[in-house]
Design a binder for this molecule. Structure first.
Ligand code: B12
Ligand code: SF4
Ligand code: SF4
Length: 226
């Protein structure tokens, strides 16, 4: 739990359905863009999903049911812009690009996450079952809680089942062949990946109780295919 000025923002973000994904004092090399008025950003707060619960908040929203494109991006933006307006920050979004904002690099500064062999970040509690919906940049240093590092769960995982879980070998350490992956997911043989989510990701034992529901997994896989 944050203390000081960030505590109210943390509570408001959680009330709007977003997970608090940590915050950090910006330093040179973080590549956080300047704010709309040209001011240098001093604090960055990350917001997203962690585990299964936040999906339910989105699923009950107007955006999830209105039939228009990019419902999750639109819901995220509405929630984050409301927080930006109330707390005086500037919203930044992972799907805006290219060029893409380095959300994974920021994530590793904001809370304990590590690169996994799959390319996505692993979190000691949530495993591979978390994502980023946006960030808020502030012109002042709001003194976020420093990140406590305990070490990557991958270091103690000798079997590394994520690396043998893909039926078409689309994944190897440091390499993800998304074309091969997409071709499989589109095929009849790839129905399992499409409906339940990436098999390689599901093979990971860390935070297995937080694996996405079939509804969330299929939503993300269809978005990936688009
Ligand atoms: C482009 C992109 C993709 C592309 C290409 C990835 C590639 N290898 O080229 C495609 C469309 C294929 C893709 C797919 C997926 N992606 Co993607 N993607 C991105 C995006 C928009 C930009 C990444 C980037 O190039 N950043 C630019 C560099 C400069 O940023 P960086 O932080 O410094 O660099 C990091 C990345 O490049 C990363 N990286 C390197 N190789 C790979 C490979 C993969 C598969 C991923 C996901 C990341 C990754 O490592 C770097 C250091 O940490 C990010 C959002 C963002 N803005 O970061 C999401 C993001 C990385 N994706 C994400 C996810 C979850 C996925 C999927 C798993 C979605 C799904 N279906 O559920 C899939 C993977 C498919 C599968 N088998 O399930 C999440 C990862 C969350 C996490 N826990 O880390 C992100 C952060 C989006 C989010 N809103 O949270 N993705
Ligand atoms: S299966 Fe093991 S190596 Fe792979 S992501 Fe999970 S903990 Fe890391
Ligand atoms: S979604 Fe399926 S095909 Fe794609 S990388 Fe994951 S396991 Fe392999």
């Amino acid at each position: 739990m944050e203390i000081g000025p960030l505590a109210d923002l943390q509570a408001a973000a959680q009330a709007s359905g977003l997970a608090w994904r940590g915050a950090f004092s910006v330093r040179e090399g973080d590549d956080v863009p300047a704010l709309a008025d040209g001011t240098v950003a001093r604090t960055l707060v990350l917001l997203g999903f962690a585990g299964r619960d936040h999906w339910q908040r989105f699923a009950a929203s107007d955006e999830a049911c209105d039939g228009a494109a990019h419902p999750l991006d639109r819901w995220s933006r509405r929630c984050i812009e409301a927080l930006a307006c109330r707390f005086g920050g500037t919203g930044l979004y992972p799907s805006e690009g290219p060029p893409w904002l380095p959300f994974q690099r920021w994530a590793m500064r904001a809370e304990e996450t590590h690169t996994s062999p799959l390319g996505i970040l692993i979190h000691p509690r949530w495993g591979l079952w978390h994502a980023y919906r946006g960030a808020l940049a502030f012109a002042t240093d709001l003194a976020p809680t420093p990140v406590a590092v305990t070490g990557s769960p991958c270091a103690g995982c000798a079997a590394k089942p994520c690396l043998t879980g893909c039926p078409v070998d689309a994944i190897a350490p440091g390499r993800y062949d998304w074309r091969r992956c997409a071709e499989h997911v589109r095929s009849a043989a790839g129905e399992d990946c499409l409906q339940l989510g990436c098999r390689a990701r599901r093979a990971c034992p860390v935070g297995a109780e937080h694996r996405y529901t079939a509804a969330e997994a299929e939503f993300h896989m269809r978005a990936f295919l688009r």
